[in-house]
Write a protein that binds this ligand. Structure first.
Ligand SMILES: C[S@@+](CC[C@H](N)C(=O)[O-])C[C@H]1O[C@@H](n2cnc3c(N)ncnc32)[C@H](O)[C@@H]1O
Length: 252
């Protein structure tokens, strides 16, 4: 682990992500409201999918002290930070797996979850893989369990407004990053490269993500809702919307 505390790295990751998603906490709160609604006993078993540093797990455990959570990701740097934050917590597990592989679920410590939650991640996968993944996730949920995916998902009924909302968000982000109110992605990773404990993990990260900018695939929310229904969810719809981002939900 780094010479700096896990809490400080979590905070800087949050500030960097909020530079791109100023309403990031709102989507997490909406997700956890839905988890609360379907978890009568207050002890949900949650899978934090492509969870990075464990953002969703940390918020889940803070809100539901009886919860258990599993962070799954493949990035060695972010998983190292997740382990530093959650490794000593008996309620949490941290596992490495590649969601491009249909065998990713073999890395999990459980075969059934109350909720699978993911944010700002599945746009890294090609569309046909996301559709297949939705069916794989459905098979991991108990009946009545939920899956929530928050990401960039415009409303295809609003093409003109989407352009205007995107331009506004771009201008706000540019200003916040230019003034130092938020770190940009490249600057955050430059800090990792300057950390003598985390830097040795970067070659493996670069092997996994060879392009400095990953491919982004951002279909409208309606695509995701259809794919959830096709994937076997009994109910599917939009849980939250903020500008051109949304969180779609499927209930098994
Ligand atoms: C922008 S981060 C978001 C992390 C976290 N959900 C959050 O909101 O802070 C996207 C995450 O998706 C993960 N990811 C992308 N492709 C993946 C794959 N094929 N398998 C596992 N994780 C993947 C990345 O490693 C990264 O941690």
């Amino acid at each position: 682990m780094s010479a700096y505390t896990a809490a400080a790295w979590q905070e800087s990751w949050d500030r960097q992500q909020e530079g791109y998603l100023p309403d990031r906490e709102q989507r997490f709160a909406a997700m956890l409201d839905a988890v609360e609604a379907v978890s009568a006993g207050g002890a949900p078993r949650v899978l934090d999918l492509a969870g990075g540093t464990g953002t969703i797990s940390l918020r889940t455990l803070a809100r539901f002290p009886e919860a258990t959570t599993t962070v799954l990701d493949q990035d060695p740097v972010l998983l190292s930070l997740a382990r530093s934050s959650l490794g000593g917590d008996s309620r949490a597990a941290v596992v490495s797996a590649d969601l491009k592989s249909p065998r990713w679920a073999e890395a999990l410590p459980h075969t059934e979850f109350d909720a699978v939650l993911t944010a700002t991640a599945l746009h890294w996968l090609p569309g046909e893989r996301v559709a297949a993944l939705y069916a794989e996730i459905a098979s991991l949920l108990r009946p009545g369990g939920i899956f929530v995916n928050a990401d960039h998902m415009p409303d295809d009924a609003l093409p003109g407004l989407t352009k205007l909302l995107t331009a506004r968000a771009d201008a706000e982000r540019t200003a916040r990053q230019a003034t130092g109110a938020a770190l940009d992605w490249a600057s955050w990773w430059a800090r990792v490269a300057g950390d003598e404990e985390l830097a040795p993990l970067l070659p493996e990260r670069e092997r996994l993500y060879p392009d400095s900018t990953h491919t982004e695939w951002n279909p409208p929310a309606s695509w995701h809702v259809r794919a959830l229904r096709d994937g076997g969810f009994a109910e599917a719809g939009i849980l939250w919307r903020g500008g051109t981002d949304a969180a779609v939900i499927g209930m098994r």
